[in-house]
Design a protein around this ligand. Structure first.
Ligand SMILES: [Zn+2]
Length: 114
């Protein structure tokens, strides 16, 4: 399975990594034969999921529908918040150390783009 990229920040999301996937397809109603589009898979990393869920509603009916789904997931369980928090801790760990707690073992992912 090929890696996905967060739609918002373009960070690479490796298969199996914590993220939110939004699946979308369209199908005709009341038309024969019924047509069904291929499904699209849109991914958000934990930080962007939490950030979107905490933020104001976006513009556009489709965006609002996706926003509400992400809010449902983020508010249902703190796991995504924790994943976002852990990644944030990783970013802080990459900054020049001012203390002495920057020991070895901190995983550097190198995907952060600001
Ligand atoms: Zn992201």
């Amino acid at each position: 399975m090929e890696n996905q990229y967060c739609l918002r920040c373009k960070r690479e999301i490796e298969a199996g990594n914590k993220s939110v996937a939004v699946y979308m397809f369209a199908q005709t109603v009341g038309v024969r034969p019924r047509q069904k589009s291929a499904a699209q898979r849109i991914c958000f990393c934990p930080q962007c999921s939490v950030s979107l869920a905490m933020g104001p509603p976006p513009e556009g009916a489709l965006n609002i529908a996706a926003w509400q789904m992400i809010r449902d997931l983020v508010s249902a369980d703190p796991a995504l918040n924790e994943a976002a928090w852990e990644t944030l801790r990783g970013v802080v760990g990459l900054l020049p150390a001012t203390g002495t707690d920057g020991g070895p073992g901190r995983v550097s992912t190198g995907y952060f783009e600001f």
